[in-house]
Write a protein that binds this ligand. Structure first.
Ligand code: ATP
Length: 242
């Protein structure tokens, strides 16, 4: 019996015959933000892709709400409440902000689908003022920060229980990053959203995270409450670079 929303056990993954993740354990408690930190190439993106079903593990298990994800087709994950915002964002340049957001609800079926998606879009536009102002702009007309908000907004239109976020601060001005982080914290507090946040920006991530883990060469080298990791001087010097 477990209280975790998502739990990985003994998880290994790699590309072809090259192993990247080595027997990793991870548990995400509902309504918490967990930061995954580590240098370039540590395996952070590979971990997210494995947890979101984009990559199949080479060993171990991933359970979500006590269901083995290896048995679930990738396209069903969104209906189960898992949303993944990959690095690079994937906003469609030729579509407007509203059209991009609508994509986040395409999985819905049934008589209420269109209405639910419209109300989720209205909520997202309420949260992100810049998107509200530019709802009829096309993707290519947006700044990097706005595109990142749109990618996040589109994931939220699905009303996920678990959000897997890859480097939301990449290429963004500190003020925009701070805004996105504050929003994640507000969503955790108001809706109980569970977030796994991959970040190079250690300060921003530790400022909002409840828990954190540090990866090095595909292994967990430290984990614990974010505040404790932040205070651990030798860890900061060895792995976090501040
Ligand atoms: P970054 O911050 O640079 O994205 P990361 O911690 O997210 O780093 P990963 O992208 O997961 O790390 O990469 C982990 C290892 O897997 C690296 O050695 C990388 O070269 C390798 N790797 C990543 N993607 C592929 C791929 N598509 N094919 C082969 N090897 C890959």
């Amino acid at each position: 019996m477990t209280a975790a929303l998502l739990e990985a056990e003994n998880l290994s993954a790699g590309y072809g015959r090259v192993p990247v993740l080595h027997q990793l354990d991870l548990a995400l408690e509902p309504g918490t933000i967990t930061a995954v930190l580590g240098a370039n190439g540590a395996g952070k993106t590979t971990l997210l892709r494995t947890l979101s079903g984009l990559m199949r593990p080479t060993g171990g298990t991933v359970r979500y709400r006590d269901q083995d994800l290896a048995r679930v087709p990738v396209e069903r994950l969104v209906t189960m409440g898992i949303a993944h915002v990959p690095e690079g964002r994937g906003v469609i340049a030729e579509l407007t902000v509203e059209e991009n957001l609508r994509l986040g609800g395409l999985w819905r079926r049934g008589a209420d689908a269109a209405r639910e998606t419209s109300s989720a879009i209205a909520e997202v536009l309420e949260l992100f003022e810049p998107l509200r102002e530019r709802r009829r702009y096309h993707g290519h007309q947006l700044s990097g920060g706005e595109r990142q908000m749109l990618a996040l907004g589109r994931a939220l239109v699905a009303r996920p229980a678990l959000l897997l976020l890859d480097e939301p601060s990449l290429g963004l001005a500190p003020l925009v990053t701070a805004r996105i982080m504050a929003l994640l914290r507000a969503l955790r507090d108001s809706t109980g959203l569970t977030v796994l946040l991959v970040e190079q920006n250690v300060h921003s991530a530790l400022a909002i995270a409840d828990e954190a883990l540090v990866l090095a060469l595909g292994r967990v080298v430290a984990r614990g409450p974010a505040a404790e990791l932040k205070a651990d001087e030798s860890l900061r010097h060895s792995y976090l670079g501040f």
